[in-house]
Design a protein around this ligand. Structure first.
Ligand SMILES: Cc1cc2nc3c(=O)[nH]c(=O)nc-3n(C[C@H](O)[C@H](O)[C@H](O)COP(=O)(O)OP(=O)(O)OC[C@H]3O[C@@H](n4cnc5c(N)ncnc54)[C@H](O)[C@@H]3O)c2cc1C
Length: 457
């Protein structure tokens, strides 16, 4: 019987689901899978993106772990495609590769002043509060008034973590130094800005409603934002999700802090709709001083147009949460405009000719762009795997498909890779660190320490 030796790059949900689906698929050939992951821990953005105070979502890790624990997938952690291993290496040892490398950096927001000191990308802040090993360990939380630009769930995560009292994060897996810095934050007001109206936001109702339940945080919405046009009314009437969002916001309009009145809480989270950021102004030292925005109004078709009315909110920091963006991978076609690998249903395409690149596949956020929930990466993986299985005639013919070849190659290159057993060791270590403090776990953050614990060094 033929055998498919498959490399998957990226051990986030997309990569793990692809492995799981392929192993369960009815197919006329054997399969062996090696999963390469840049970090010494698997699970991608479920571990390093989903907020620490969302333990239910982090719980997806249990299902992903079950897939890895079945024992039919080899993991090579702390191995970076493009640095430790190349496309030529993969061609030499495998029949095909699936790239599932996700997205970790921020999309740009092109307005004057966006690069000022004190202006950050949400993705960097998320990586910091989730203990990603490759970002600086400190964060200068020095501002009382902060702006967050964007109306998706990442904007809500960032606003919530900024506004929430750190003590309420303590039972979670938030890293110790993150807790200390959040604890000392002088923040009193977090302002969220969205170009469009309440009926066009991308938040999900559950995440929005959660903001209204934060202890000692007043939700502040403004009556002027609720003068709905026909398109908004139609969206509320026809879409259950939009209807629930509207209901949540309408309830906040009746709270004491509505319209910026004095409320009972020591912190406030303001939602500004119809507000298009146009400039970040700075002080003499080049630090963020204010956000200038233009009021917009509905264009009658669900979009917006500027009204020409400019307003200014004094702020000391700004976070742009306008989307994530994929990164190019050496030797693999890349679409610079959308930050994805060009593909047709997961079959990677040459950018100019649109011809299929044999043996090379993509799945998850790097295939589809950085939108959608963890569950969507499963259907993504199904589509990609279906093509991989059907493309048997065009798989690569590797020179050395032996199991020993990759460990030998990595050893020769001095790569300190980690394996599944090593991940279990690190996992148990983190859980044990948390236990005396009744915390789910305490994450080990420095990469070197993660590697040493995993490798039992
Ligand atoms: C802040 C935030 C909060 C979110 N909250 C939720 C939520 O509450 N609920 C929900 O359902 N979804 C949520 N999501 C979405 C969810 O995280 C994504 O849908 C999902 O993680 C995408 O999976 P992926 O495997 O494509 O990418 P990723 O999860 O990004 O995984 C990609 C993996 O590839 C690895 N990698 C990258 N480059 C290389 C390389 N060169 N070599 C080797 N490995 C590499 C990365 O280290 C990473 O482990 C959230 C996303 C973000 C950003």
């Amino acid at each position: 019987m033929t055998k498919l030796r498959l490399a998957i790059v990226g051990a986030g949900p997309a990569g793990i689901y692809a492995a799981d689906i392929l192993l369960k698929e009815q197919r006329p050939f054997d399969v062996s899978i090696d999963l390469f992951e840049h970090l010494p821990a698997p699970y991608g953005l479920v571990r390093y993106g989903v907020a620490p105070d969302h333990p239910r979502i982090k719980g997806v890790i249990t299902a992903l772990r079950e897939v890895l624990d079945r024992g039919d997938i080899r993991i090579f952690g702390n191995v970076r495609y493009g640095v430790d291993i190349t496309l030529d290496d993969l061609k030499k040892h495998y029949n095909a590769v699936i790239f599932a490398t996700g997205a970790i950096r921020d999309a740009d927001l092109d307005i004057p002043g966006i690069d000022a000191q004190g202006s950050y990308g949400a993705a960097d802040f998320v990586s910091w509060f989730d203990g990603h090993p490759d970002v600086p360990r400190t964060w200068p939380l020095e501002a009382a008034s902060v702006a967050v630009v964007g109306v998706g769930n990442v904007a809500l995560d960032v606003s919530r973590i900024l506004a929430k009292h750190a003590i309420d994060l303590l039972p979670t897996e938030v890293p110790g130094n993150v807790y200390e810095i959040l604890e000392a934050s002088p923040v009193t007001d977090v302002h969220v800005f969205g170009r469009r109206g309440p009926a066009q936001v991308k938040f999900t109702p559950l995440e929005l409603r959660e903001l209204g339940e934060l202890r000692d945080v007043d939700m502040v919405v403004y009556d002027e934002d609720f003068d709905y046009d026909e398109a908004s009314l139609a969206a509320i009437a026809s879409n259950k999700q939009v209807k629930v969002i509207d209901r949540v916001l309408q309830e906040w309009r009746t709270r004491p802090a509505a319209n910026g009145a004095a409320g009972p809480a020591s912190r406030r989270l303001h939602l500004h709709f119809w507000a298009k950021p146009v400039e970040v102004t700075t002080d003499a030292a080049g630090r963020v001083a204010s956000l200038v925005y233009e009021r917009t109004r509905p264009d009658g078709q669900g979009g917006v147009v500027g009204t020409g009315e400019l307003r200014e909110v004094p702020i000391g920091q700004l976070y742009r949460a306008v989307g994530y963006f994929g990164s190019p991978l050496p030797g693999v076609p890349f679409d610079d405009r959308h930050g994805v690998i060009p593909n047709h249903e997961g079959q990677v395409l040459e950018p100019d000719s649109n011809e299929i690149v044999p043996g090379v596949y993509a799945t998850g956020w790097i295939k589809r762009g950085p939108v959608g929930l963890i569950g969507h990466t499963k259907s993504d993986a199904m589509e990609t795997v279906r093509h991989l299985v059907g493309d048997q005639a065009s798989w690569w013919q590797p020179e050395d498909p032996s199991d020993e070849a990759i460990p030998a190659l990595l050893a020769e290159r001095g790569v300190r890779w980690t394996d599944l057993e090593g991940w279990h060791r690190l996992d148990e270590h983190e859980i044990a660190l948390g236990a005396p403090h009744e915390r789910a776990r305490i994450k080990v953050v420095p990469r070197d320490e993660m590697i040493s614990i995993s490798r039992g060094e």
